[in-house]
Design a protein around this ligand. Structure first.
Ligand SMILES: Cc1cc2nc3c(=O)[nH]c(=O)nc-3n(C[C@H](O)[C@H](O)[C@H](O)COP(=O)(O)OP(=O)(O)OC[C@H]3O[C@@H](n4cnc5c(N)ncnc54)[C@H](O)[C@@H]3O)c2cc1C
Length: 391
């Protein structure tokens, strides 16, 4: 490790010792309080320059090398600092979309607001359009300088707290489904927007439905040209399948300490089977970190190929499940008890909650099966799936 990285590690470790909110899991007992705490923590990280290491260097705390980013994520995990669930879509998805496809005016207007705490949600999925995203029906009709939007979105993470939305709409039903899509930036307070949180079976309210009834969105809030929505959406999805996974992978590696602690606390240090599984998991997580490094390097070098991001995503989601599964097994009966509210984090402090939530990443951002199709058909050129399945 170079001196520069060692200095960064000491610097962030010292800062986290003073500022990481150690009691964050117990302090908030409602979703609203949790959201308020998330906003406060985000503000502190922005102030210290640790919130957006993946943004370019003109932004405060941006322009960090891959090695520096890893150090930051490892130290955040080591300090057991909360993940930025509320600003995840803003700092990754919205940033990647605006950075790659937004106009200079849109970047200047929206990116500084993100750093001031404005939060975004992603409005892609619909009741009959998830894996088959090109089947979306939310309609946008241009009238002069605005689009009038009608339709419904679902599974929109934290939409009930969002200020803005990355909205995928249909402007034409002519020709191939992908060609008629248009990407808009929507104000969540605009007249005609109704948000209804989805109460999940395990107690969380991580997602919401968004109902759109004659919502007016100025044409200046369109990203790319009319009909280019599919291409712009790929920038959002690529961020979800690639960029975000670096943080998650390194955080997961950092969180192995919690598993090791559980093994010790539960008196399983002499259990050869548990130690074998722990060792295997350490190796697998190291491999995922290496895969995510390789993927981001390819992206920087411009050598990324279709399927690269899908490989990292599937490898990560399997490790996450193995990690939570081992936690539940080792933790015994105490690990089965689950607090009523855990806010859908992947590191809630409760193994049963983490186990349930560990399945999320096999679906979010495109399901595991769909990623396998991408790898098989579009990366390896294997025969297409039988007719009847939509892609
Ligand atoms: C934690 C989480 C967060 C999310 N956040 C958001 C968000 O913020 N915004 C948003 O817009 N959406 C979000 N989603 C929704 C997510 O994008 C969809 O759930 C996902 O694309 C799958 O779509 P679906 O739920 O409609 O399932 P379906 O598409 O109905 O799939 C059902 C099952 O069929 C399988 N399947 C479907 N098609 C194929 C095929 N061609 N080949 C093989 N198997 C297939 C799938 O793998 C799955 O097992 C989120 C989901 C999760 C779990």
């Amino acid at each position: 490790m170079t001196d520069k990285l060692e200095n960064l590690r000491s610097e962030i470790r010292a800062w986290l010792t003073d500022h990481a909110p150690g009691d964050w899991r117990t302090r908030a007992d409602t979703h609203e309080k949790f959201a308020a705490e998330q906003r406060e923590w985000f503000g502190k990280l922005v102030g210290a320059g640790y919130a957006i290491p993946h943004w370019p260097e003109q932004w405060p705390g941006g322009g960090r090398s891959l090695a520096e980013q890893k150090v930051i994520y490892e130290e955040l995990a080591r300090a057991d600092a909360p993940r930025l669930l509320l600003s995840f879509v803003s700092t990754y998805h919205a940033f990647a979309t605006l950075h790659e496809c937004g106009s200079a005016e849109q970047q200047a207007r929206y990116l500084p607001e993100i750093l001031k705490g404005e939060t975004w949600c992603q409005g892609f999925s619909e009741p009959n359009a998830g894996s088959d995203l090109a089947a979306i029906k939310t309609k946008a009709v241009r009238k002069g300088d605005v689009y009038i939007v009608d339709g419904q979105k679902v599974w929109s993470t934290m939409a009930q707290y969002a200020d803005k939305c990355l909205l995928l709409t249909r402007t034409s039903s002519e020709g191939p489904k992908q060609a008629g899509m248009t990407y808009l930036l929507m104000d969540m307070k605009a007249p005609g927007v109704t948000v209804r949180p989805i109460h999940q079976i395990q107690g969380d309210e991580e997602f919401a439905e968004i109902f759109l009834d004659g919502v007016e969105i100025p044409v200046s809030q369109r990203v790319g040209d009319e009909g280019d929505g599919w291409a712009v959406a790929q920038a959002t999805l690529a961020s979800e399948r690639g960029l975000t996974l670096m943080e998650l992978s390194y955080r997961l590696r950092g969180n192995m300490y919690r598993l090791a602690e559980t093994v010790q606390k539960c008196g399983r240090v002499d259990d050869a089977g548990i130690l074998r599984d722990l060792g295997r998991l350490v190796t697998q997580i190291d491999a995922v970190c290496a895969l995510s490094d390789q993927f981001l390097q390819k992206r920087i070098d411009g050598t990324e190929v279709i399927g690269d991001a899908s490989i990292v995503k599937n490898a990560y989601s399997h490790c996450l499940r193995a990690w939570a599964d081992l936690g539940v097994r080792v933790g015994g009966i105490t690990a089965q008890y689950r607090e009523p509210i855990t806010f859908g984090d992947l590191n809630s402090g409760n193994w049963m909650a983490d186990f349930m939530n560990s399945y999320a990443w096999t679906i979010a951002g495109g399901s595991e099966e769909v990623q396998r199709n991408i790898i098989a058909e579009r990366m390896l050129g294997m025969p297409r799936e039988p007719k009847g399945w939509a892609l």
